[in-house]
Design a protein around this ligand. Structure first.
Ligand SMILES: NC(=O)c1ccc[n+]([C@@H]2O[C@H](COP(=O)([O-])OP(=O)(O)OC[C@H]3O[C@@H](n4cnc5c(N)ncnc54)[C@H](O)[C@@H]3O)[C@@H](O)[C@H]2O)c1
Ligand SMILES: O=C(O)C[C@H](O)C(=O)O
Ligand SMILES: [Mn+2]
Length: 564
């Protein structure tokens, strides 16, 4: 193995998470890099370090201490060794707690905060953090709709950073080439504004033209300084998520995870469930409860898939989906309550065709819609805990043999239903996937347990993003997303055995995302938006070579070597 040329020495080397090896520096390296005396005398292997870190993790009162690592190789290799156990700690659901308490838990900075109060310094701030480096990925959030816990102001950095970590863990994106960004545009969260320790800009959340101009300045600067970086948008508010995606998707590789990632993972889940129930997508009646970024992203993805895969018209495809939000079914009779930006094609007529007939005047709630529509699929992205209650679920089970129920709201405290209840109320008939992880549940009438698939965009976006990065595609297109979705759907365990979960386990997330990345690279090449000149049979090894691995390299001091 050739040694890595490193330019940092002494304490600065120990403080650099990308290059720091801590107690794993060898005696030779300690002498060469001015580290003698700065570390206890024993030199550890990576495995010995992992054992210590795991002991600390188990003994620590709060698992949140795992965040902001000081040594990336140790951090990521430890999580990979305990992936299933630790994934929910650095990601959903525990991250929600860390983000909500950001100003109290803050110890050391990560990523970058950009605020309108310092707008004239925006470019210089980016230059400060970029430090002449090239980045593959910029993950940005403005903190308005973090998971289902709402406006978290400058704590947004926590979601950008966690999403970035998942890219590294699951798809091997180099952590030194990921930039987490928080756009601190104020907050309307009263608790934060009244908290003396709040670290963000104490100002009401910026809206309208001034907000859009601010975001535009940020995107322009990314395009100027990091023209090849994939720009991942996370947890923006519903009024901005789709708008920003539409504004930038034809000029830069941008991706909105809540809209597109959720759409992709849900379509893959549904396709697997339909193999079990034996139906076509275009034959379903789908209720999407919560017509926000995720609910609309899902609705659009399902509609487009029905057109593409089953050959139905757009009008017919729109009719497969019933959107239910705060004011009930989105239908013409409540037009004044329907948000701008919702595709009019999804708004139902007051008198629907077929057997649904006339809707009663006013607002029609979920139960009423379920009784009339007799849905085969019920999806929740409403943030309303327990919304899929016994009455609702039993009503659904009366209308269909195998109800497909996907309560996707995160974190666990916002989930529309607990899978064990769904199983009980449907007498073991439900096919279930949730947004946050759950333990296997009892299946009435069977001695076996049902493994609940985790339908979380983290199962697809890392591979999708890695595919976009490696292909150097200058856009993230619908075809790339469909390719990611198909690759994931093809790996569903339920395809082979209907009792198995609808999606692969997160334990296998790395292998799964390698296939997704490969499918995305191929799709980008086929579409002509990637100039990659690698023969198809070599693409896998090409991708593997570009995958960052949590392993130590041997170092050699060189003043011209790397310093970040
Ligand atoms: N599993 C996943 O991969 C995944 C992905 C994205 C979002 N989510 C989850 O979905 C939820 C929504 O996220 P989002 O980004 O779409 O947020 P959002 O704010 O854009 O949308 C939430 C929607 O729910 C609606 N709503 C609120 N109260 C309601 C009620 N009582 N009845 C019906 N609808 C109601 C809101 O009006 C809004 O349209 C969050 O909990 C988030 O964690 C999960
Ligand atoms: O962050 C997650 O766990 C998924 C999703 O992006 C969400 O907003 O809930
Ligand atoms: Mn999200």
């Amino acid at each position: 193995m050739t040694a890595l040329k490193v330019a940092l020495k002494g304490p600065s080397l120990l403080l650099n998470p990308s290059l720091n090896k801590g107690s794993a520096f060898t005696r030779k390296e300690r002498e060469e890099f001015g580290l003698m005396g700065l570390l206890p005398i024993q030199s550890n292997s990576l495995e010995e370090q992992q054992n210590r870190a795991y002991e600390q993790y188990q003994n620590h009162q709060s698992n949140l201490s795992l965040r902001t690592p000081q040594n990336w190789v140790l951090f990521y290799s430890l999580i990979i060794r305990h992936l299933k156990e630790m994934f929910p700690v650095i990601y959903t659901p525990t991250e929600a707690e860390a983000i909500a308490n950001f100003s109290h838990l803050f110890r050391r900075p990560e990523g970058i905060w950009l605020s309108p109060s310092d707008e004239e310094h925006m470019e210089q701030s980016l230059i400060n953090v970029m430090d002449g480096q090239e980045f593959d990925l910029v993950v940005v959030s403005d903190g308005e709709a973090i998971l289902g816990i709402g406006d978290q102001g400058s704590g947004a950095i926590g979601i950008s950073s966690a999403k970035g970590m998942i890219y590294t863990l699951v798809a091997g994106v180099d952590p030194a080439r990921i930039l987490p960004v928080a756009l601190d545009v104020g907050t309307n969260n009263k608790d934060l504004l009244e908290d003396d320790m709040y670290l963000g800009w104490r100002h009401e959340r910026m809206r309208g033209e001034t907000y859009l101009k601010f975001v535009d300045k940020f995107v322009s600067l990314i395009r100027k300084h990091q023209p090849n970086a994939l720009l991942h948008f996370e947890d923006f508010g519903v009024d901005n998520a789709q708008k920003l995606l539409d504004t930038y998707r034809d000029e830069h590789p941008v991706f909105n995870d809540d809209v597109q990632g959720t759409g992709a993972v849900t379509l893959a889940t549904l396709q697997a469930a339909l193999i079990v129930t034996g139906g076509k997508l275009s034959e379903q009646r789908i209720i999407s409860f919560g017509a926000g970024s995720a609910g609309l992203g899902i609705a659009r993805q399902l509609r487009d898939a029905a057109i593409l895969l089953d050959g139905v018209s757009e009008e017919e495809a729109n009719k497969l989906i019933f959107l239910v939000d705060k004011h009930g079914l989105l239908k013409q009779g409540i037009s004044d309550k329907i948000r701008d930006g919702i595709d009019r094609g999804f708004v139902r007529k007051d008198r629907d065709e077929k057997d649904i007939g006339e809707w009663p005047e006013g607002e029609n709630d979920l139960l009423e819609v379920i009784k009339r529509v007799k849905p085969t699929v019920l999806i929740g992205t409403s943030t309303v805990a327990g919304a899929f209650n016994e009455e609702i679920v039993r009503a659904m089970a009366e209308g269909t043999e195998r109800p497909i129920i996907l309560p996707l709201s995160n974190p666990t405290s916002k989930c529309e239903a607990h899978p064990k209840d769904l199983m009980k109320w449907t007498n073991g008939k439900a096919l279930i996937a949730t947004g946050s992880p759950y333990d296997p549940v009892d299946m009435p009438g069977s001695s076996e347990k049902y493994e609940v698939a985790e339908c979380n965009n983290a199962l697809v976006y890392p591979g999708l993003g890695m595919g976009a990065i490696v292909s150097k595609a200058d856009r993230v297109t619908d075809k790339m997303i469909v390719a990611a979705c198909k690759a994931l759907g093809d790996m569903s365990p339920a395809r082979k055995d209907p009792k198995k979960p609808l999606l692969p386990d997160f334990e296998d997330a790395q292998a799964v995302n390698m296939e997704i990345a490969l499918a995305v690279v191929k799709a980008a090449i086929d579409e002509g938006i990637s100039d990659l000149k690698v023969p198809e049979e070599d693409l896998r090894s090409y991708l593997e070579e570009r995958t960052w691995k949590a392993e130590y390299a041997e170092y050699k001091y060189d003043p011209e070597g790397i310093a970040f």
